[in-house]
Design a protein around this ligand. Structure first.
Ligand code: AMP
Length: 355
């Protein structure tokens, strides 16, 4: 397997010396710098304006250097400096949010992972095609309110930060909700949410084999979502609506979880199928990804979303998780990325993990 390179020459300069690790000063940057530094990499924090002061409080996770831009739209001005330092960008949710998918994709700096995954992940319709092709169980999707026969969640396209979703307990409730366009109507799954942190290595041949590489489970978290996590304490949805309180799914933090051991094979099968289908569709995902879903009382995992890069829930496990400790001691996702990059550089296989 190989990631399709838009410009092969982007990687040539990396071969002349050790790459640096660069990311935006946000999201999971402390973990990425900490992991990079512990594997001996030079690390670069990219910030808008003055870098946040809190880095001073974490000497082991502070980047070796900051590069700054006045506004995110001008990030292109850093390209020469990044390439001089042989930087590899580690993508996080912040790149899409601050820099924007088009500008980010066009940056002529090597990126860890396959850039093509972004178009499949950021579009809910394309993501569904991918997951359905992989045979992944998902919440039912309704084309119109007339089909609805149970509780639903209405998601707007491009809804930012989990705000503006609508929950309806049935069709009648949905029809009386003020729905704007464009949106998707999805079956509301009752169960327990889990966010599964996987890592796919195309380089490794030892471990849980998927396609030409291996799949690792590095941790699991659950997101604390304001205010939905607390709403149940206040009463029923209708009563809340009358009081003008709408549910929001804004993530405010994360808690570590483990799942029943007997469920592990089910989630490995799901993640393995997602990886194999990604190879067929667009040359494959590389590195960290998160499968986000709900375990029902029938013990069936239904996937409502996939994130194809490091997720912030991995910040719980800077020192390893109950799962990653069984892969290697003190293995965070940030350090796992650094290890993959180090191996790719040592084996002259950078094109298999970068794009
Ligand atoms: P998403 O934007 O798809 O990641 O969804 C944001 C949040 O909405 C999730 O973290 C869940 O708490 C909740 N959610 C999304 N889809 C469903 C679903 N089909 N059933 C129940 N809850 C959901």
């Amino acid at each position: 397997m190989g990631v399709a390179l838009t410009e092969k020459s982007r990687l040539e300069h990396l071969r002349k010396g050790t790459p640096s690790i660069a990311t935006i000063c946000s999201h999971s940057s402390l973990q990425i710098f900490h992991g990079g530094r512990s594997e001996g990499f030079n690390t670069i924090g990219v910030a808008q304006g003055t870098p946040p002061r809190f880095y001073q409080a974490f000497p082991l996770a502070r980047p070796n250097e900051f590069l700054t831009v006045d506004r995110w739209e001008n990030i292109g001005g850093l390209v020469d400096k990044l390439n001089e330092r042989r930087a590899v960008i580690i993508p996080t949710g912040s790149f899409v949010e601050y820099v924007g998918p088009e500008r980010f994709n066009a940056l002529p700096v090597p990126v860890f992972g396959n850039r093509r995954v972004m178009e499949w992940e950021s579009d809910r319709e394309k993501e569904r095609v991918w997951l359905e092709k992989a045979g992944v169980p998902m919440p039912r999707k309704y084309r119109e309110p007339a089909e609805v026969d149970g509780p639903v969640i209405v998601k707007y396209y491009g809804a930012k930060g989990g705000k503006g979703f609508i929950l309806a307990k049935d069709r009648e409730d949905l029809l009386s909700s003020p729905i704007r366009q464009p949106h998707v109507i999805q079956e509301y799954i009752i169960g327990t949410r889990y966010y599964l942190h996987f890592f796919y290595s195309p380089l490794s041949k030892e471990g849980y084999r998927v396609a030409d590489g291996t799949l690792e489970l590095l941790g699991i978290d659950r997101r604390d979502e304001a205010n939905i996590d607390e709403l149940y304490k206040l009463g029923s949805q209708e009563g809340l609506n009358r009081s003008g309180i709408q549910p929001t799914f804004v993530v405010t933090g994360n808690v570590p979880v483990v799942i029943r051991e007997s469920l592990l094979q089910q989630i490995f099968d799901i993640a393995g199928n997602i990886v194999e289908t990604s190879i067929e569709l667009f040359g494959g995902m590389v590195g960290p990804f998160c499968v986000e879903g709900i375990m029902t009382e029938e013990l069936k995992f239904k996937v409502f979303e996939i994130s194809t890069r490091i997720v912030a829930g991995t910040n719980l496990f800077i020192n390893g998780s109950p799962y990653s400790d069984m892969v290697a001691p003190s293995l965070s996702t940030g350090r796992r990325i650094a290890l993959e990059l180090k191996r790719a550089a040592a084996e002259d296989r950078l094109e298999e993990v970068l794009s």
